[in-house]
Design a protein around this ligand. Structure first.
Ligand SMILES: Nc1ncnc2c1ncn2[C@@H]1O[C@H](COP(=O)(O)OP(=O)(O)OP(=O)(O)O)[C@@H](O)[C@H]1O
Ligand SMILES: CC(=O)C(=O)O
Length: 454
């Protein structure tokens, strides 16, 4: 299977044996800092490491930063809201009067306008702003619903004052820098947001930009160039653009990411009905398969694994759908070949496909040669070989790449001998090697065909 699965961590998979089962199917686990603090994250990482041992597989970690996401504050008991009820929303940092609902966002009354629509908890409760006075936003419920602590609040079509990354994002990113492989930046508007995060946290972080704003869609080319990876964050994006525009936006984002040579994740509600049911809907199955056909590197599970009743069934289903879809998938965005190393990678793709060679080994110091090959989407498997666990874990996001450890070597002959040993262990008897001089970065200048067949 070439397409990667990203699973969101949550109470549904906290138990070690469940987590080990999830790890069997996934390459990356996402911890969402909207629902987690540093102390809890440390505990979750310890759980994941223990389950990793049980599963006998290395796993990569993604820290998802909250961004200027607006949420309700702490609410003691869930509030039942009836159509026509007038709710009062107020910044939680201020002194709250009775009957006022706390909101995490300091600019709530500045960014709301009369007549603006609000939406709570992924769109289930809709409201309309009827007035703003002394920092309180008065909003009328358009339908019945229930509100509870920490639910997301979307100001539909508003220009959000708070910048990305927020101070909280920077704090979490500094914490996550050495503990996580990927950092996802939420509500990116432009490439400047990514540059600001790097300036504050360091240039060596792997930044995945979450595309969940209209502005980000307009700036997608520059964002894809500046980011290390992209996420189609359909949940919040559907509050900023009409829901019917999501399929086109998804295509646009995947195309821009592929053209920039950056890995792309499709996220949110992929198998949502499996939160409560052991079977997906036909439409959901199509959604996962279409993401494979559109050539995404990775698909994500959110509520399904974080809080769902069927986390294992969800990930098994996703894996089966991907497996089947890949039999029919065609390359959607052919990359142009440009420069010597690119021609060598492309030659490996051509040769492997024309002669039905199932595996390309790529010893790699930085991961770049394996990434270059992944961008050409060969039908053969790419096995990246690196002694560096940090390089191996970054490669988890790239379609078709499986990263493995390799025994230390000091000459090309020794390296080829090590690969032969590994190939025999994996029962691979015919393969290609894309390689360069050992210990020389950026020198992947050779392509070798190896047959161990009698
Ligand atoms: N660590 C956690 N502990 C408890 N519940 C969690 C945790 N992580 C996620 N959840 C729950 O799972 C649901 C889905 O998770 P996800 O992280 O995708 O949420 P989200 O708030 O929609 O995402 P985002 O903040 O990126 O918009 C959340 O609504 C939350 O209720
Ligand atoms: C994943 C996420 O943040 C979204 O879809 O909005």
């Amino acid at each position: 299977m070439k397409t990667k699965i990203l699973a969101t961590f949550g109470p549904a998979i906290e138990e070690k044996s469940k987590l080990a089962k999830i790890i069997k199917y996934t390459d990356i686990i996402r911890i969402n800092f909207s629902h987690t603090n540093e102390e809890q994250a440390e505990q979750y990482i310890a759980h994941i490491k223990a389950a990793e041992k049980l599963a006998g597989k290395e796993i990569s970690l993604l820290a998802d930063l909250p961004g200027p996401k607006i949420r309700l504050g702490k609410i003691k008991d869930p509030i039942i809201v009836k159509k026509g009820d007038l709710l009062k929303l107020f910044y939680e940092g201020n002194k709250l009067e009775k009957g006022v609902i706390p909101v995490s966002y300091r600019y709530i009354s500045d960014d709301c306008r009369n007549g603006m629509h609000l939406s709570i908890g992924d769109g289930y409760l809709k409201m309309k702003v009827e007035g703003i006075k002394d920092g309180i936003v008065f909003a009328k419920a358009i339908n019945d619903g229930i509100i509870s602590s920490r639910k997301g609040l979307n100001l539909i079509g508003a220009d959000i004052t708070e910048q990305t990354p927020t101070e909280e994002d920077i704090k979490f990113a500094k914490f996550a820098k050495d503990k996580f492989d990927f950092i996802a930046l939420s509500f990116v508007k432009s490439d400047e947001d990514i540059k600001r995060l790097r300036e504050k946290v360091g240039n060596d972080i792997f930044v995945i930009s979450k595309i969940e704003r209209r502005h980000a869609l307009d700036n997608i080319k520059a964002i894809a160039e500046e980011s290390d990876g992209i996420m189609v964050a359909r949940g919040d994006l559907a509050f900023d653009i009409p829901v019917e525009s999501i399929p086109i936006a998804q295509k646009k984002i995947i195309k821009a990411s592929r053209e920039a040579g950056k890995p792309v994740i499709v996220a949110t509600q992929m198998l949502m009905s499996m939160v409560n049911n052991p079977m997906p809907t036909r439409a959901e199955v199509n959604d996962v398969a279409n993401s494979v056909f559109e050539d995404a590197d990775c698909v994500m599970l959110s509520d399904e694994t974080a809080v769902g009743s069927y986390p294992i069934e969800s990930i098994e289903t996703m894996s089966r759908v991907i497996h089947n879809a890949e039999k029919e998938a065609q390359q959607s965005y052919p990359r142009s070949v440009d420069g010597i190393y690119s021609y060598i990678a492309h030659a490996a793709k051509d040769l492997s496909e024309k002669h039905d060679i199932k595996c390309i080994f790529v010893p790699t110091e930085s991961g770049a040669s394996a990434i270059r090959l992944s961008q050409f989407r060969p039908s053969s498997d790419i096995i990246a070989l690196s002694e560096n666990p940090n390089v191996r874990s970054k490669l988890a996001l790239f379609k078709g790449v499986r990263a493995m450890d390799i025994k230390n070597y000091s000459s090309t002959d020794e390296m080829l001998e090590n690969i032969k040993e590994l190939a025999l262990k994996l029962k691979i008897y015919e393969y290609l090697v894309v390689y360069g001089s050992p210990r020389k970065k950026g020198s992947t200048d050779s392509l070798k065909y190896v047959s161990l067949l009698p």
